[in-house]
Design a protein around this ligand. Sequence first.
Ligand code: WQD
Length: 342
Amino acid sequence: MKILVTGGTGYIGSHTVVELLAKGYEVIIVDDLSNSSIEVLGNIEKITGKKPLFEQFNLTDTEKTGAFFRNNTDIGGIIHFAAFKAVGESVEFPLKYYHNNLVSLINILHGMKENTIRNIVFSSSCTVYGQPAILPVKEDAPLQKAWSPYGNTKQISEDILNDTSKVTDIQAILLRYFNPIGAHESTLIGELPLGEPNSLMPYITQTAIGKRPFLRVWGNDYDTPDGTAIRDYLHVTDLAKAHVIAVERMLNSKMKQKVEVFNLGTGNGFSVMQVIDSFERSTGVRLNYQIMGRRAGDIEQVWADTDFANKELGWTAEKNLDEMTLSAWKWEKVLAKEWAPK
Ligand code: WQD
């Protein structure tokens, strides 16, 4: 029995494949390498001593996806990461995002029906909540109209999974990620941002290593203690572990309803300034930053109510902010070829 990990050479996908292999699962990755690189496979093998199976194609290709499922009839569960995920780019190229993110999921669901594969774990996002009225935000909080086509593809994907599960044997676990940051302790895998990073952590580490002149802090006039926006950052390895627990919950028929939703965060919110302070404290490196105006589309503050994931999945994020920021820095130094892995 194999676990299919789509987008498995990506940031969260590769960390999840490492945890699956470490627990003895056989893994097959499907990835089009549009936002990742093939050497991730070798590094996964260096970490775990096992090499996942790999096929390179885009899941919007109906022909290839159909053929894949016809040739792989021993898939016990799917963890679906493969999607475009840059918020700003999605505003500029909405059709690219709707086509890629939705047709991929639809093709996978057709394949599941053909092969009677019942189990899918879906990579969703706290972005579906918009700016919650109540914090910490619970899974049953009302979803707000997405602020970007990217966020909308996550909401529509959740609807597709809910509606499909009602009339098929397919059951789904929707994992709503908060802000994953950091890198694997081996410094062999981590976030590979192509081009200028949109997100905070890689921009901090690229500034610290000298690739960027300074970090732009997008706004310090929010209604928060230090005026900068608050997010719930969690270590990517903690996030990866939650995916193994979720797929095992399905394989062991522990689900209590056909679709279950879990917030994956630490339950603690940290501001941009607090992340900067953590980075300087954990690495001893001073960061050059400038306060700018707000970034369009940013919400003010969000952090997760993690009770349901803690109790129902038995999962709790373990790493603290300083461990997250230090691991991101170690990875940046590998990328700059300064840091030899242990
Ligand atoms: C975090 C905070 C920024 C960069 C988005 C998506 C989410 C997920 C993660 C895909 C915000 C501030 C950032 C910078 C800054 N995407 N910031 N200077 O926007 O919370 O979430 O990325 O899975 O779905 O919505 O993450 O890291 O971009 O920003 O001040 O150079 O850091 O304003 O307050 P975000 P982020």
